[in-house]
Ligand binder design. Structure first.
Ligand code: F3S
Length: 403
């Protein structure tokens, strides 16, 4: 078999040869190796990177040492680089009961990233805090829901990069041009006709769960969906979690949803009801220890909705609203954080339940309005889950039970 030749510019060749130091050489080796595996013919400059694999829970000591070593080798990012959620709120970990040893190592991880020039904006919704890529812009992002939103809703171009791959791309300012960077791979191979109403973010999540399971890794083209930001965020996150879907189109809504973006051989799926999704994502647990809102990280509008709903109420279960630090600041300026915390909830930045050491915090059951969280929490956090709308979850937080 002929080995595909990847064309590298003189600058890229110099990076690969080590002329810019061992940290850059290592990064270029990773980018080129990935490109060879996936048949890329060249690299493409990127506008930004978003790096997953930030929680010490996932990295462990080996991952931390890998990052430190890379920083010691002189690796520095060349494009704006943000991080995925860490294992704790970097400012409020003590009050959550995060073990001291975990917190210390988590901060060392953050420092290693900072030494390479990454901004410690730890969020899966960088597009909500001033880092939205433009239509057609190439980027190297790695968190699956962020990848989905950037590709689908914003029309940017990224594969789902692994954590080291995204960091390597940031260090060389380029990624290998294959997969969703190419026009031909952005064409839908499924048409999804949605014939039931989508009333809230949980409905979008249930739909995403069902479609992701059916289409697996492919690009679906939705008809009959009227989407806005919160719903699309939930839809993409769920499809990414259940079927590794990194790009979808919604007719009349997303920027690339034109008739010629559907393959002539596309298979049609008709969705008449969401009950299959709700059934798959719900256990029968009734007592709720913890309620999680903000997967993907909550927008300012979602935080406002929680604050308004909780007015005059008090929660019995723990309530975590997870968001980006900048969004939390904006919510604090408007009094939403104070309102939620006065009711007994918490608005946490920099983290999310899936990457936090929740096993050490004593929770056994969870209510969430996120299909992605409902799918992950049993296996990643050992929690029994109830999945429903924001209102149902907040009811559960106030009552401490779901009936
Ligand atoms: Fe974000 Fe964590 Fe959900 S990274 S998408 S809040 S599982």
């Amino acid at each position: 078999m002929l080995e595909l030749v990847m064309r590298l510019t003189p600058e890229e060749q110099a990076m690969l040869a080590g002329d810019l130091g061992p940290g850059v050489k290592r990064a270029m080796e990773i980018v080129v190796a990935l490109g060879k595996i996936y048949g890329a013919r060249e690299l493409v400059p990127i506008a930004s990177a978003q790096v997953a694999g930030v929680s010490y829970k996932n990295l462990g000591d080996a991952g931390l040492e890998f990052l430190r070593q890379w920083a010691r080798e002189g690796a520095r990012v060349r494009v704006p680089t943000m991080l995925n959620p860490a294992g704790m709120d970097l400012a409020r970990w003590r009050e959550l009961g995060v073990p001291e040893g975990f917190a210390r190592r988590q901060m060392e991880v953050i420092r290693a990233f900072e030494a390479m020039g990454a901004v410690p904006t730890c969020t899966c919704t960088p597009y909500l805090v001033g880092n939205a890529p433009g239509l057609g812009e190439h980027i190297a992002w790695s968190e699956s829901s962020a990848v989905s939103f950037a590709n689908s809703v914003l029309g940017a171009r990224t594969n789902r990069e692994g954590g080291p791959g995204a960091l390597a791309a940031a260090i060389v300012g380029r990624t290998a041009k294959y997969g969703l960077h190419l026009d031909e791979n952005r064409v839908a191979s499924y048409v999804v006709e949605v014939r039931c109403p989508l009333r809230n973010e949980a409905d979008f999540g249930a739909l995403g769960y069902m479609v992701g399971r059916r289409v697996k890794n492919a690009v679906p083209y939705f008809r009959g969906v009227e989407g806005e930001q919160t719903g699309l965020k939930a839809l993409g996150a769920a499809m990414a979690a259940s079927g590794a879907v990194a790009l979808y189109h919604v007719e009349g809504v997303t920027p690339e949803a034109e008739a010629d973006m559907v393959s002539p051989n596309a298979e049609t799926i008709v969705i008449e009801s969401l009950s299959e999704g709700y059934a798959a994502l719900n256990s029968s647990v009734e007592k709720i220890d913890l309620v999680s809102i903000g997967c993907p990280h909550a927008s300012l509008a979602e935080i406002e909705e929680v604050a308004r709903w909780l007015e005059g109420k008090r929660v019995k279960a723990a309530l975590w609203v997870t968001t980006a630090r900048r969004t939390r600041e904006l919510a604090e300026e408007r009094g939403f954080v104070q309102a939620i915390e006065a009711a007994g909830g918490r608005v946490l930045a920099d983290t999310c339940l899936v990457v936090a050491p929740v096993e050490a915090l004593g929770f056994r059951s969870l209510a969430t309005n996120s299909a992605k969280m409902a799918l992950y929490a049993p296996s990643h956090c050992g929690l029994a889950v109830r999945f429903g709308s924001l209102e149902q979850c907040l009811e559960a937080a106030v009552r401490g039970v779901v009936r």
